[in-house]
Ligand binder design. Structure first.
Ligand SMILES: [Zn+2]
Length: 419
């Protein structure tokens, strides 16, 4: 299956003081327009782009100093934000009418931002449309980012929507880079890279040749520190600071999710015909004990984001991703199929089968069963043509392999690789 895949790179603009005035002006004008569109949508009672265009365009061209292409992308951004607000409201979720602050990123497209190669020491420049005409700015990127930009200029990748961000006295361009890849449809000849999610281990990934534990303890420790600061601020009612700490926590989660997903893709690239097997998150709350309500927020982890990162990075490499039902995966014995709930000893982080005595780290069990589910689901798809004997051998191949290589008799803490 052919699919267009995306990647975002965040590139710093060199020497921001030179363009500070123009860019701050651009951000301000842009947020004025964004808020203007919100009120027009409310007044007109429509999110139709053509209707909005008809009602606003000519007037805005006269009153706003922004280039018309930025007016259009701003309109699109507001329509998307407003629609998602309407959807949330419809589903009775927490929602408020979109309101844009002065530092809301400016959306740019191929008409309003271009990347050019120069003979300067900083090779890549961006040319950005502003209320004062086009501005050329040097890009201070990392080597891998330059590589992506080069491929954009060579026509191998395509540039999608970009955004200008203002963060702590610096300006950044977030480029969306697109390419088309062929993603194969997995079958039983593929090698599953199964990923179990949890809190003790945020992720455990298993291939027939390697196991990786992404231990959550260190991460948890850091988040507890953030929470402590937040609580002490709470008493003094320093709302702005509290929000800052929350942002910090969110960025930390994001950063860790990026690290885990990249490591998993690295692992997947080492096997032949990999397929990423993720669990359907529907039952995650049943599976994970989040603890008391008070702690839930602290212990909560953005697993959806982690899966999204894994998926987009996998697809970028042309690796297929499947989501499977993960019910009972953390309590089923991979050896005999016994599924007694008490087989799992949470406090000791081990799994011990009542029936056959098989013993292993409990999070590892989940990942092993998930890869087993992959073979089962594939044989269900392929139906009667499947040779049951072959299916049986695949069925046990993964767990036996793990058992031989990783004789985990305790919590397995010595196995937690650094990441
Ligand atoms: Zn058993």
């Amino acid at each position: 299956m052919k699919k267009t895949v995306h990647k975002t790179i965040k590139v710093k603009i060199f020497n921001p003081t030179q363009v500070k005035k123009q860019f701050l002006g651009l951000l301000r004008e842009n947020s004025t327009i964004l808020n203007h569109y919100v009120s027009r949508i409310e007044e007109l009672g429509t999110t139709s782009k053509s209707r909005l265009h008809k009602e606003t365009y000519h007037k805005l061209r006269k009153t706003s100093p922004l280039p018309s292409a930025i007016l259009q992308t701003a309109r699109d951004k507001v329509v998307e934000a407003y629609k998602s607000y309407q959807t949330r409201k419809k589903h009775r979720r927490k929602a408020s009418i979109p309101k844009f602050k002065d530092n809301t990123p400016v959306r740019l497209d191929e008409r309003t931002v271009k990347v050019v190669e120069t003979d300067n020491k900083l090779k890549y420049f961006a040319s950005v449309s502003t209320q004062e005409g086009r501005i050329h700015v040097p890009l201070l990127g990392q080597r891998y980012q330059y590589k992506y930009l080069k491929k954009v200029l060579d026509g191998e990748f395509e540039l999608g929507i970009a955004e200008l961000h203002h963060i702590e006295d610096n300006f950044y361009l977030y480029f969306t880079i697109k390419k088309e890849v062929e993603i194969p449809t997995p079958n039983r000849s593929f090698t599953p890279v199964a990923i179990d999610l949890g809190l003790v281990n945020l992720a455990v990934s298993v291939t027939p040749s390697a196991i990786r534990f992404f231990n959550g303890r260190r991460v948890q420790h850091k988040r507890e520190e953030y929470a402590k600061v937040r609580r002490s601020l709470g008493k003094k009612k320093k709302l702005k600071k509290i929000r800052e700490m929350q942002g910090k926590d969110q960025r930390y989660i994001r950063d860790i999710n990026h690290k885990i997903s990249s490591a998993i893709i690295e692992q997947a690239r080492k096997v032949e015909n990999p397929v990423i097997v993720l669990e359907n998150l529907k039952n995650i709350r049943e599976k994970i004990n989040f603890g008391k309500k008070m702690n839930r927020r602290l212990h909560n982890w953005n697993f959806r984001q982690l899966q999204d990162f894994i998926q987009y990075k996998a697809e970028w490499e042309g690796i297929p991703v499947v989501y499977l039902d993960a019910r009972y995966t953390s309590r089923t014995c991979p050896k005999c199929g016994d599924a007694l709930k008490s087989n799992r000893k949470r406090e000791k982080h081990i799994y011990k089968c009542h029936y056959c005595g098989y013993q292993l780290n409990d999070d590892l069990i989940g990942a092993i069963n998930l890869s087993r589910n992959f073979y089962n689901s594939m044989s269900a798809v392929e139906g009667a043509a499947v040779n049951p004997a072959l299916n049986q051998s695949k069925w046990t191949a993964t767990p036996l392999h793990c058992e031989v290589n990783q004789p985990v008799q305790d919590s397995g803490s010595h196995l937690f690789n650094r990441w």
